[in-house]
Design a protein around this ligand. Sequence first.
Ligand SMILES: O=C(O)c1ccccc1N[C@@H]1O[C@H](COP(=O)(O)O)[C@@H](O)[C@H]1O
Length: 219
Amino acid sequence: MSLLVKICGLSTRETLEIALDAGADMVGFVFFPPSPRHVSLETGRDLGRQVRQRALKVALTVDADDAALDNIMDALSPDIFQLHGQESVARLRDIKQKFGRPVMKAVPVATSADLAVLPGYAAVADRILFDARAPKDATRPGGLGAPFDWHLLENLDLRLPYMVSGGLHVDNVAEALRVTGAGGADVSSGVESAPGVKDPELIKAFIRAARATQELSVR
Ligand SMILES: O=C(O)c1ccccc1N[C@@H]1O[C@H](COP(=O)(O)O)[C@@H](O)[C@H]1O
């Protein structure tokens, strides 16, 4: 299966177009007000139209209730929900049933003990996204530009597609993919010049670097 590259936290027409042009497979929109990448429903609607099926639209939410997900469905009609909070296995099942969209569950990782939740989520989620566990006093559970110890995933036996995220950038994405064996890479801070400000050159360089690993692996 080919490598998936996700550019997350897009909030302007210009940078969305750069990510699409550069070949992003997934484009992520953050619906979480405390985030510097938060987009309103109106902006989400506008950016969603611009995608025109050139990539999968991912709606990132954090412990969102049904009313919020309803609004996001109406505005963006996402292809996937990225659930980045403390959503339970039952809540995942409920969201899938109510909204009829696949879900990608973010699993925060700091130690091997964090992987104990995997069998439960794997039974329901369509994809897992491994991210660095945020510090207790963080204002958000992700998008902090911090990596985790990728070696914790080295012997992972997960019969579900998974992606790696957390502190990725052009110079470490190849190593993250190699060590974790992930089928995709997701980035936000690493393609920004300041929190919430995407940098066109960094977006292009990141996608190129991730794609280069794919070329190596088919040789
Ligand atoms: O981007 C955010 O602000 C954010 C807010 C709340 C939850 C997750 C968020 N971002 C996601 O976190 C990971 C890692 O991001 P980074 O590359 O380390 O900045 C990624 O999946 C983002 O989509």
